[in-house]
Design a protein around this ligand. Sequence first.
Ligand code: DX5
Ligand code: ZN
Length: 220
Amino acid sequence: MPAPLIAASILSADFAKLGDEVRAVDEAGADWIHVDVMDGHFVPNITVGPVVVKAIRSHSRKPFDVHLMIAPVDPFLEAFAEAGADIITVHPEAGPHLDRTVERVKALGKKAGVSLNPATPPDALDYVLDELDLVLVMSVNPGFGGQKFIASQLRKVESIAETIAARGLDVRVEVDGGIDPETARQAVDAGATALVAGTAVFRGGPSAYAGNIRALRGDA
Ligand code: DX5
Ligand code: ZN
């Protein structure tokens, strides 16, 4: 099984030195920089907006995997695209017309992802899957880092991975929340090809990042 891509979630970084943190996880081998955008309305927490994405953009050339947990989402797509997002992921519940939202992300020249909350069934993807670059399966309820992995989501990962294979699509399945070396292996066994990790990447400070990332890939 190929090693999964590791998307380091900067939610667990030291926000007082965010630029340095982005640079450090990049140098430590993270494949993507995962940015969790929260609005205090769609999810019960508030984080960062496009100005922060723009500010940290120059600190890494790796793809910026921007996870929008905001509603409505459509009015902000352009600002995140301009700020330097490479992949823009939205939740189906964040607007009335998911297909239109996905089309807009692609019209902005960005890769499009859709994220499913733990209670959102995989069928929510049925009619947009062919248009997507990424499916982000939430293995915690979105809003905070450091939560416990919800094991029932492994079945959802399997089901989505099977559908992608059956349709012959090139869509990455990424799992987000409660990822540590053990749940990472379970997610990859279920069909995940990318993993978001905050706590498990940033624990121990910069000197630990490279080892933390290797452990998540399963090669430590
Ligand atoms: C949760 C976010 C996650 C979070 C994961 O709403 O979408 O990306 O940062 O954090 P850990 O890896 O600590 O569970
Ligand atoms: Zn996320």
